[in-house]
Design a protein around this ligand. Sequence first.
Ligand code: NAP
Length: 194
Amino acid sequence: MNTVLITGANRGLGLGMVKFLIENKKAGNIFATCRKTSEELKSLSEVHDNLHILNLDVTNTAQYNDIAEQVSKISGEQGLNLLINNAGITTKFTKLNLVKPEQLMENFTINTVAPILLTKAALNAATKSMSIDLKKEQILVASMHPGWVKTDMGGKNAPLDVATSVRGIFDTIGKLREEDNGKFFQYDGSELPW
Ligand SMILES: NC(=O)c1ccc[n+]([C@@H]2O[C@H](COP(=O)([O-])OP(=O)(O)OC[C@H]3O[C@@H](n4cnc5c(N)ncnc54)[C@H](OP(=O)(O)O)[C@@H]3O)[C@@H](O)[C@H]2O)c1
C-alpha cells in the first residue's frame, strides 16, 4: 500500500481513511482529493509531507488526466498502488413521488458514473467487468461496503464509528488475493452477495 489515492477525503469515511493511514504509517504518499478542503485535512497536510491534497469534483471527468499527471509527478516509478473511490452522496429522499429527476441523476452521476467513468448494482457489475479487463495489468478491483457508519451520510444512529469501519476496510484490503478479484466485501471482510 505504498501510494494511495482517496476521493472525497475532506470528511466522513474518506478523512477517516487518511487519518488511519497516517496514524498507522500504512502508506508512503497519500493523495487526498476533495471539492473543498476541510480545516482538519489541511492541518494534517501541514504536518505530514506525504499527504497531498488535490482538488477534484469526481463528476468533472475532464480533470482526471490532470489528477493522473499530478499523481505521477509525485509518485514517479512507484505509481499508484491503491485507488479508493470513496466520494459519494445520498439524497435524503422523503417520498418517491417527491424525488426530482435531477436528484436521481445527480446520485447516479456521482456514485455510479464517476467512480470509473457507476446505483450500487451497476457499480458491482462494473467492478466485475473492470476486474476482468484490468487483470492483465495486474490490477485487482473490488467493491466495499463500509457498514452503516456515523458520518453526515450515515447519521448519528448508525451503529459503527468511522475508526472501526476504516480499520476493517484496510484489514480487508490487506487480505485481498487474486481470487477476490471482482467481489463485493463488507468492512469486516465478509463477502456480500449481489
Ligand atoms: N456512512 C454510511 O453509513 C455509508 C453506508 C454505505 C455506503 N457508504 C459510502 O461510503 C462513502 C463515504 O460516505 P460517508 O459516510 O463518508 O459520507 P459523507 O460523510 O457524506 O462524505 C461524502 C464525501 O463524498 C464527497 N463528495 C460527494 N460528492 C462529490 C463530488 N461530486 N466530488 C468529490 N467529492 C464528492 C463529499 O465531499 P464534499 O464535502 O465536497 O461534499 C464528502 O467528502 C460513500 O461512497 C457512501 O456511499 C457510506
